[in-house]
Design a protein around this ligand. Structure first.
Ligand SMILES: CC(C)(COP(=O)(O)OP(=O)(O)OC[C@H]1O[C@@H](n2cnc3c(N)ncnc32)[C@H](O)[C@@H]1OP(=O)(O)O)[C@@H](O)C(=O)NCCC(=O)NCCS
Length: 238
């Protein structure tokens, strides 16, 4: 498990979002005691303490991100799909690992949808890779030096989770890991490379057909503190 020091700056993560998106992250070890609204408490009433803590920390990050747009604290309930019910005119995404919690928020007028994910490095075993990665992604992975494989695979996994969080609520469509491809050959990272890489994602036909005209997908990835983060968002093009 990646343990983050309470004073870890997470600056590599905060540089991830595009213009118009606010991201707030905090090491779980440094999370303040968060008071949830009664309606939110009901959502995690039966959950174990660890889940209640990550839920509360994610909500705290989300409220801080919304505050940067001038929004006052308010309950953030859950959609039928499991995501956050954002205030009218705003969208966002929440993620938490054992080490860090984060939320990204943007105004729908500029960013119709976004997804954020953080994953710990070194967690992906071979059996899981075959489920998560497409044959083409696996081929690229085999061609890179072994020392780089976990980073590359985690980037792809993280990007796909972020993609799901971005598109599932927008398209009201549940989809699997084989329905999108991260173009791993593009921008293969140096092991020491830290921040802000553009990622290219190719959607399968099932998803492409559902994407409204004028929507374009963009994605970025960064790593630090033994973690990988990805953000995927929709841009409107005229
Ligand atoms: C839903 C899922 C993406 C969550 O990711 P995770 O790495 O397990 O967990 P994270 O901590 O990063 O994210 C959890 C947050 O995701 C959000 N979330 C859950 N379901 C969501 C959905 N359908 N849409 C958007 N956000 C969602 C929630 O805000 C949740 O936090 P909260 O319950 O405290 O509010 C993941 O569990 C999952 O089901 N993945 C399979 C689907 C998939 O990724 N397919 C690949 C497509 S290429």
């Amino acid at each position: 498990m990646t343990e983050l020091h309470a004073t870890s700056s997470l600056s590599w993560l905060e540089t991830l979002p595009p213009v118009g998106v606010e991201l707030v992250a905090m090491p779980v070890a440094a999370a303040p005691a968060v008071t949830l609204f009664p309606e939110e408490l009901e959502l995690v009433g039966d959950a174990v303490a660890k889940r209640r803590h990550e839920f509360a920390t994610g909500r705290e990050c989300a409220r801080r991100a919304l505050a940067r747009f001038g929004l006052p604290p308010a309950p953030l309930l859950r959609t039928a799909g499991g995501g956050v019910q954002w205030p009218a005119g705003y969208t966002g995404s929440v993620t938490h690992s054992d080490a860090v919690a984060a939320a990204a928020v943007g105004a729908v007028a500029g960013v119709p949808g976004l997804g954020l994910d953080v994953e710990e490095l070194g967690r992906l075993r071979d059996a899981l890779l075959k489920r998560i990665l497409t044959p083409a992604e696996l081929t690229v992975l085999q061609a890179v030096p072994e020392a780089d494989r976990q980073l590359l695979a985690t980037r792809a996994f993280c990007a796909k989770e972020a993609l799901f969080k971005c598109l599932q609520p927008l398209l009201n469509h549940w989809f699997g890991f084989q329905e999108a491809e991260v173009l791993l050959g593009v921008g293969v990272p140096e092991r020491t490379e830290a921040d802000g890489d553009q990622l290219a994602i190719r959607l399968g036909p099932g998803l492409t057909d559902l994407m409204p005209a004028g929507w374009r997908l963009a994605a970025r990835c960064a790593s630090g503190d033994g973690l990988v983060a990805a953000i995927v968002w929709v841009e409107t093009v005229s």
